[in-house]
Each structure stands twice: as structure tokens, then as C-alpha cells.
Design a protein around this ligand. Sequence first.
Ligand code: APR
Ligand code: PHB
Length: 409
Amino acid sequence: MHDRASGLPRSSTTSERGLTRTRTQVVIVGAGPAGLLLGQLLLRAGIDAVILERRSAEYVLGRIRAGVLEQGTVDVLHQAGVGARLSREGLVHEGVEIGFRGRRHRIALKELAGKSVMVYGQTEITRDLMDIRAAGNGKTVYQADEVALLDWQNASPRVSYRKDGVTHEIDCDFIAGCDGFHGVCRASVPSDRYQAFERIYPFGWLGLLADAPPPWNELIYANSERGFALASLRSPTRVRCYVQCSLEDRVDQWSDARFWEEFRQRIGEGAIGDLARAASIEKSIAPLRSFVVEPLRFGRLFLAGDAAHIVPPTGAKGLNLAVSDVFYLYEALRDHYRERDERPLDHYSTRCLRRIWKAERFSWWMTRQLHQFPGDAFSKRMQETELEYLFESRAAQTSMAENYVGLPL
Ligand code: APR
Ligand code: PHB
């Protein structure tokens, strides 16, 4: 089958002087959850796409990230055909708890906002998406080096990369920048073409993963005088826990014993159970950042997921936002190819940003209320008062619940 635009055979290869040249409709840069999900939605719509990923599949699967899915995210994953294991193994949570001054306060998500969340690790979603892609005929190039965007400003973009010493060039209609915060796509756009908004927080999260049954039924977000702590889980036999730490801290300064002692003091004696004996499988420190770029579209290049925005993990919004961007981009590309309707592509950026900013606000608010900040006594009183108000007011709890379970897509 020949492609009308380029005259090149669609998805076939020409080779001249060690350079291969192919054509596809969409080049997706990055095989994180955003890139893989977009690839899967496009595949089901009959739209040809190639995914280029800098790392190996094993490396991508080794990254431990959050694991709380909004109902809207679950729905999109079902629509993409990757909902089966999620339905079997995901854990439905109807509430979360906030620890403060030695007490725990439950926010009844389901009762207040009418929806629950699903606990299912991002690594598992990535694995499900990789498996379904490997079983179908979507092309993914792992360990693609030197990915470069060419001519993305006009109607005939190209993407080049190197693999095993050979340079490859792909002609395409669109480029989807799903390559995360440090990727090449946003970096290829001159900085005077966009505005970036950023807040860097003066602390990090030290996370620990361990095989042990969680002694809590629902996630606990704790604001303690010693700093924030979060009790989370991945399954009925695996816990994921975090403590707020200094940005100067190194993982090797935190033995398991030190972690569990700090976690116990922050989360409270009642929640720790036998965890102090659980050996860590993974420990890592992540900085906290809020970041948004405006717009998300530059000619034929569309940014989605962490390439376009970062939220601090406190609201568990990172993956959910990546999924809504990708869903909007999929719909817009589908309408372009099926109906020749360009409007959804033109509205992509505005549509995403409306949702992104609300999730940014909520993640910033959760972060602000739950951590210890260096600062003045007034700010500390404001934080305490905000939490007291939350625990006393059903309206405030409803607002938190509505955002936590996710605003409509
Ligand atoms: N060329 C090819 N691939 C690249 C390049 C590059 N130059 N740079 C980065 N990548 C790849 C990364 O190796 C990574 O696998 O792009 C992928 C981006 O994946 P993620 O960082 O997981 O971003 P995204 O898919 O948008 O997922 C968002 O991840 O960080 C969390 O909180 C976030 O849960 C959210 C989710
Ligand atoms: C996690 O389980 O890793 C997790 C859960 C909720 C968050 C952040 C991380 O808000």
C-alpha cells in the first residue's frame, strides 16, 4: 500500500548508504505508559504508529511509580483493551485517610464524590500495554539512540534515530512527544515558542517497596511534626511507603531500620504492624515538582504526559493526567483520519490544559497541606487551620474527594 503524501510505501523500508527510510502515520517518542497507551488506542483505530524508546523494555519496567487510578483512567484502559488483569487484580478503594496530630480522619471518597479509585501499580499497566503490543503488529523500537525530530513545523515531519550503528528515518504525519520530562521532544522546541510554569519544592520523597501484607486498609497520608509520610500498597502482599526527606539525603543513608523507625513515628504506632521487620525490595528518592508547559502543540508535534507537565505525587495524578492527554490526542487523530476534521487537533492543547491545571492545583494543595515546609509561623498556622477545616466540613471533604477520584475527562 502506498502513502499518498510521500509516495513511499507505507511501513516499508528503502535503504541507501546505510540509511533506512520508512513511513508511518504517527511516530510516538517514548514507551512509558503515555506512549504505549497512545500506540494501543491508535492500533485499535487502524492508525499506523511506530514507538521509539531510548531504553530497553526491562529498564522501563524497572521504574517504580505511583499506583492510584481514577475511574476515568480505568475506563480508558478498558477501551484500549487492557482492562482484564486490572479488573481481576486491581483493588477498589472507597476512601483515604489523613493523619494529623496523632489522629486519623477518613475522607469517604465513594460516599462524597460517588466514585472510588483503583489501586494498581503503574508498572503493571506498563507491562499489560507492552504485552498487548508484543502480541499485535505494532512496531516498537527499544534502545533507539539519538532520536531527533526533523521538520516538525511543517506538514511533512520526519524522525530519525540510530540503532545498531544504522541511521533510520521515518516520514510521518504527526509526532507524539510522550518522552517524559527529560525527553527530546519538548527540548526540540525553541524556548520562545512556549511558556513554562514551575514550582520546585524544598524536599523529596524517599520511597520503599517491601513484600509484606499492608497493615492498613486504605491509603494514609500523614502530616506529622517530623514531616509527611504515606502508607500505600501495590497488592494484598506488597506495601509501598514514603517519608518526606531532605533533597540532600542519599538512599544509602537510609537503612531499612532507619526508614521504618521514621515511618512509625510519622504514621503512628497503630498503623505500623510488623512492618519494621520487612526487607526493602527497592528504595529511591524523588524530588517534588510542579511543571506545566503551554501550549502542548507545535506544528505537527503534540506533547502528552510527563513531557508536558509534572505534578508532585501527593495527589496521585501523574499517570491519570498522562492518560487523559493521550485519550484526547487519540480522539483528535482519529477524527483527523476518519472525518478529515481538524478541529479536535486544534483544540487539543486547550482541552488538555483545562484538566491539567485543575490537577496541578489539587496536587499543589495536597502537597502544601501535608508536608513540613521551612517557613514562617503564619504559614504553619494556615496549614493547621486548613486541615482542621477539612476534618470539620463536609463541603471541604467533598471538594477533596471530587478531585482525588478525578474530575471528568
Ligand atoms: N528518545 C526516546 N525515548 C525517550 C527519550 C528520547 N530522547 N527520552 C525519554 N524517553 C523515554 C523514557 O525512557 C521513558 O520510557 O520516554 C519515556 C517516558 O515515560 P515516562 O517518564 O513514564 O512518562 P509518561 O509516559 O508521560 O508517563 C507519565 O509517569 O512519571 C510518571 O507521574 C508520571 O505516572 C506518570 C507517568
Ligand atoms: C504509591 O502507591 O506509590 C502512591 C500512592 C498515592 C500517592 C503517591 C504514590 O499519592
